[in-house]
Design a binder for this molecule. Structure first.
Ligand code: IPM
Ligand code: MG
Length: 355
């Protein structure tokens, strides 16, 4: 089969990690007889530098014409001036909104060979970690009105509509049905009105999925539960801001933020696939970044946008085999242990695919 992929490398380590992910996707193509074609476009700081805006219209148009979008990362100190009229991050938020990808799935799994890289004591993680943060991605305080008032105070409006909550909640329950039938709804309903609406809507949707166990936690408690008893979680259903924070926390339990992929989905098949980490300007261009989060994002692309389940499983298994064989990038290596660079890790995964 033939599939078109828009490639948005972005800034910092973006080009390096996306390069390795494309290498793996091509290897899947060779092994299974698919043709993947790429349409590379600008986003983020690279786009600001080249054309003066973080999300050129051509990029949005190109993304709307393909089957899936692969994104690296955006941002960096060069564009951090708080008085600048635009930021690289505006490009990322803009493309999420433009594609209508409101459901952001961020699976956090502790691979057995990486148990040493997990910062928690072994007894806290003896039952493993295998959860998905189901983060609402196109609403919340991220997209509310932002302004400075006459007194110089800053305002960010936090809003959630019933419809926005309903559709992400359904996604979480369907996802849980394919896993361990458990949804934890995370909010701050003891303080926030948006969270009280969120909880009412989720309770209503939960009634349609009686086979799924639902519980409710306040986000501050979840932040604590993730480090004292992370195995209790299957699907964490939450809003944009809380999901951003909790997914970084969950990722470090897996050994490194360099391990976590994500899929951002809307109502159709078109999806946006990106690692959850940022552009890591401190290591950009050095060829040492961990490409696994981006490679696993490609596996999610195969599964969710292309319906190529065997191909997705095969790529994930190849990553696992390389980790099992003891290969590590610097972020997941034990201190003082030898490790491989980004390109070598990509090559090892391609080799494990038998290509
Ligand atoms: C993420 C990132 C982004 C977010 C930033 C770069 C805008 O932290 O994808 O988690 O906050 O969503
Ligand atoms: Mg984040």
């Amino acid at each position: 089969m033939e599939f078109k992929v828009a490639v948005l490398k972005g800034d910092g380590i973006g080009p390096e990690i996306v390069g390795e992910a494309v290498k793996c996707l091509d290897a899947i193509g060779v092994r299974f007889g698919h043709a993947f074609t790429y349409d590379e476009r600008l986003i983020g700081g690279a786009a600001i530098d080249a054309v003066g805006e973080p999300l050129p219209l051509e990029t949005v148009d190109a993304c709307l014409r393909v089957d899936a979008v692969l994104l690296g990362a955006v941002g960096g100190p060069k564009w951090d001036d708080p008085s600048a009229p635009m930021r690289p991050e505006d490009g990322l938020l803009g493309i999420r909104k433009a594609l209508g990808v409101y459901a952001n799935l961020r699976p956090a799994k502790l691979y057995a060979p990486l148990a040493d890289a997990c910062p928690l004591k072994p007894n806290r993680i003896s039952d493993g970690l295998d959860l998905v943060v189901c983060r609402e991605l196109t609403g919340d305080v991220y997209f509310g009105e932002k302004r400075r008032d006459a007194n110089g105070a800053g305002h960010d409006d936090m809003t959630y509509t019933v419809g926005e909550i309903e559709r992400i909640a359904r996604r979480a329950f369907v996802l849980a049905r394919g896993r361990r039938n458990h949804v934890t709804c995370v909010d701050k309903a003891n303080v926030l009105e948006t969270s009280r609406v969120w909880r009412e809507v989720v309770e209503r949707v939960a009634a349609e999925y009686p086979d799924v166990r639902t519980d409710y936690q306040y986000v501050d408690n979840t932040a604590m539960q993730l480090v004292i008893n992370p195995s209790q979680f299957d699907v964490i259903l939450t809003g944009n801001l809380f999901g951003d924070i909790l997914s970084d926390e969950a990722s470090c339990i897996t050994g490194s933020i360099g391990m976590l992929p994500s899929a951002s989905l809307g109502d159709g098949k078109l999806g946006l696939y990106e690692p959850i980490h940022g552009s890591a300007p401190d290591i950009a261009g050095k060829g040492v970044a961990n490409p696994i989060a981006t490679i696993l994002s490609v596996a999610m692309m195969l599964r969710y946008s292309f319906d190529l389940h065997e191909e997705a499983d095969t790529l994930e298994a190849a990553v696992e085999r390389v980790l099992d064989a003891g290969y590590r990038t610097g972020d997941i290596a034990k201190p003082g242990e030898p490790h491989v660079g980004s390109a070598e890790m990509g090559d090892l995964i391609v080799k494990a695919l038998g290509v």
